[in-house]
Design a protein around this ligand. Structure first.
Ligand code: PGA
Length: 266
């Protein structure tokens, strides 16, 4: 049975002065043992948020990691630097692809750094609006290309061992208030698992958690979690609002408990 995961991506919001309190508030208001919770604050807030979340069961993630292990990369953060500060890491977010020209090859290298460092990667993939406007098959082809580019070079067992999670995030739905349809997200999740099978993942593809991301709120999370292919959400804007996070995680707990009840024992 796949876990239900709600990951918060705070993006370039909060400061070391206020991040701890926000993290504490969210942790207290989302206390659901059946849901895996992760908060990904800015790098400079990792330590504060880690202290605030100690003992709460909420994990800490970084929003990015450099594709090289070390060297002359001014301003960048390596996987080794994250030791003790984060246990998860987002790679390939569309805002990084857009603003930092991250290619699939770069994203793949970042996955490699995450594996080496024992960080649990959340790989983001998703099509642009122009791709979606060309139809579902075109959108699937784009996402499949990103999947192959990032995951293809790696041994499936290494990625499974690292606890890889994939976030399907249609770029046109991120920060726009326009979310995808649950059925379209589920079709994409099925296509992603099909792509992994083609890459030699075999039955491991069925165990891979796939999240939806893009304008998720407490009001629309149910549409995604009603889809058996979708295992949670990567939440941006709404993840800064404790009321929203409380609603999202409460809804996620309903799905987690229902899936547990359906799973045959033994
Ligand atoms: P959003 O962001 O929820 O604000 O659309 C999601 C994301 O970028 O991960």
């Amino acid at each position: 049975m796949r876990p239900i995961i709600i990951a918060a991506n705070w993006k370039m919001n909060t400061t070391p002065a206020d991040a701890g309190e926000l993290a504490r508030t969210i942790a207290a208001r989302t206390h659901e043992a059946s849901v895996e919770r992760v908060i990904c604050p800015p790098f400079v807030c990792l330590a504060t948020v880690g202290e605030a979340l100690a003992g709460t069961g909420v994990a800490v993630g970084a929003q990015d990691v450099h594709h090289e292990a070390a060297g002359a990369y001014t301003g960048d953060i390596s996987a080794a630097m994250l030791a003790g500060l984060a246990t998860w890491v987002i790679v390939g977010h569309s805002e990084r692809r857009r603003d930092h020209a991250e290619t699939d090859a770069r994203v793949s290298a970042k996955l490699g750094r995450a594996i080496e460092a024992g960080l649990r990667p959340i790989l983001c993939i998703g099509e642009q609006l122009a791709d979606r406007d060309r139809g579902a098959d075109a959108a699937i082809a784009v996402v499949d290309g990103q999947l192959r580019g990032a995951v293809g070079p790696h041994d499936p067992a290494a990625l499974v061992g690292a606890g890889l999670v994939i976030a399907y995030e249609p770029v046109w739905a991120i920060g726009t208030g326009r979310n995808a349809r649950g059925s379209d997200a589920a079709a994409m999740a099925d296509a992603i698992r099909g792509g992994l099978r083609d890459l030699g993942w075999d039955v491991a593809a069925d165990g891979l958690p796939i999240l939806y991301g893009g304008s998720v709120t407490a009001a629309n999370i149910g549409e995604f979690l009603a889809e058996p292919s979708i295992d949670g959400a990567l939440v941006g804007g709404a993840s800064l609002k404790p009321d929203e996070m409380a609603g999202i995680v409460a809804r996620a707990a309903l799905t987690a408990n229902a899936r547990r009840a359906e799973t045959p024992v033994g």
